[in-house]
Design a protein around this ligand. Structure first.
Ligand SMILES: [Zn+2]
Length: 356
């Protein structure tokens, strides 16, 4: 099969469009002929590598993908696969159109068995420590798949899977966002931020977006953002947020930048929640703990979601209640160009790869 792989960590130049043996489905797995993959910033982080990251080289990037089932693994299904299938009412067959959930729980530990598979003790992310979707074919346990209705666009599905489950779990389940609350989203263009904006509006929250330029803010406004703050003009945007909320502060901040945490904490009302699912500007920064205790603040981290949350949010996607924004689509062979665009924050919404 054609894939984009890398044999050593490095810049975009390490990505090779080449041939690689197609996987064989194991019992309980489905072999998927991918039509679309979507990029995430983690792809570039994995390509660059970090201390302690151990991969079986060559490695294939890619957490998101959608396509059709072309084969099912022979033999008896492992008990975990059967129970997951039955629980979800999922009886997949060859020819079914599916989207992938990249959050790979083991299916056996105490957390997986209690529906908290994102807390799995042997958790993996597809494309991070397991070969991913920058490929013509991928084989995955059936519990990782969601059946798409006829005609639903593969690129829309692939673009939705990781970011919408992440934003849904963070805002709805971890952050307990309620109708009528005010949410500040730090950053306008990224996939999780655009998903968070739509989900917050769907829940019935008022949304403030801090963005890096007027163009991205216009797009955010067209998606329903109520108040826009241009951080190229307002360096201390937490003050602008404070004024915009009548000196009350917001209930919730979505901050996946990291280095902006102090401004985000200042923008919160007393008892507010800072939600984070990423740290795009780097992993380490300082916060002033006095803000945390004196203002009763919470920082709530999460990553990905549970199998149930994934189904819940994908139901909203296929029903058209939430609609992924696609920035641009590249052919698979141009994955390096696609990653550059993403890494340089040139995108608004998701970048996808066309595979078949
Ligand atoms: Zn587990």
């Amino acid at each position: 099969m054609k894939v984009v792989l890398f044999r050593q960590h490095g810049g975009p130049e390490v990505l090779e469009y080449t041939d690689f043996p197609a996987p064989e489905p194991k019992p309980g797995e489905a072999l998927i002929r991918l039509h679309a993959a979507a990029l995430n910033r983690v792809d570039v982080m994995v390509r660059n590598g970090w201390p302690g990251l151990k991969l079986e080289m060559p490695h294939i990037n890619g957490a998101d993908g959608a396509g059709e089932i072309i084969a099912l693994g022979d033999g008896e299904l492992p008990a975990s696969a059967i129970s997951a299938q039955e629980a979800g009412g999922l009886r997949l067959e060859i020819g079914d159109r599916v989207v992938i959930n990249a959050s790979l729980g083991c299916g056996k530990c105490e957390f997986c068995l209690n529906g908290k598979d994102n807390l799995c003790r042997e958790w993996h992310l597809l494309g991070e420590t397991v070969r991913g979707t920058y490929a013509e074919y991928v084989s995955l346990p059936i519990k990782q798949l969601y059946r798409l209705p006829p005609g639903f666009d593969y690129h829309q599905a692939a673009a939705a899977a990781l970011v919408y489950q992440t934003a849904w779990h963070s805002l709805r389940k971890r952050g307990n966002l309620q109708q009528g609350e005010t949410v500040l989203i730090v950053g306008a263009g990224g996939g999780v931020n655009t998903a968070s904006l739509q989900i917050a509006k769907y829940i019935g929250a008022q949304v403030i977006v801090v963005g890096s330029n007027a163009k991205k803010l216009e797009r955010a406004e067209s998606m329903g953002a109520d108040i826009l703050i241009d951080r190229s003009k307002e360096e201390e945007w937490s003050k602008a947020v404070f004024i915009a909320t009548n000196k009350r502060g917001v209930d919730v901040v979505v901050d996946n930048v990291g280095t902006t945490f102090m401004q985000s904490l200042r923008a919160l009302r007393k008892g507010g929640r800072l939600l984070t699912v990423g740290s795009s500007a780097g992993p380490k920064f300082e916060i002033d703990n006095r803000y945390m205790f004196a203002r009763h603040l919470s920082i709530i981290g999460s990553t990905m979601s549970t199998l149930d949350d994934f189904k819940e949010v994908m139901d909203l996607i296929v029903a058209g209640k939430l609609k992924p924004v696609i920035d641009r689509t590249y052919p698979l062979r141009d994955a390096a160009l696609a990653q550059e665009r993403l890494w340089n924050h040139e995108n608004f919404g998701k970048i996808t790869l066309d595979i078949h």
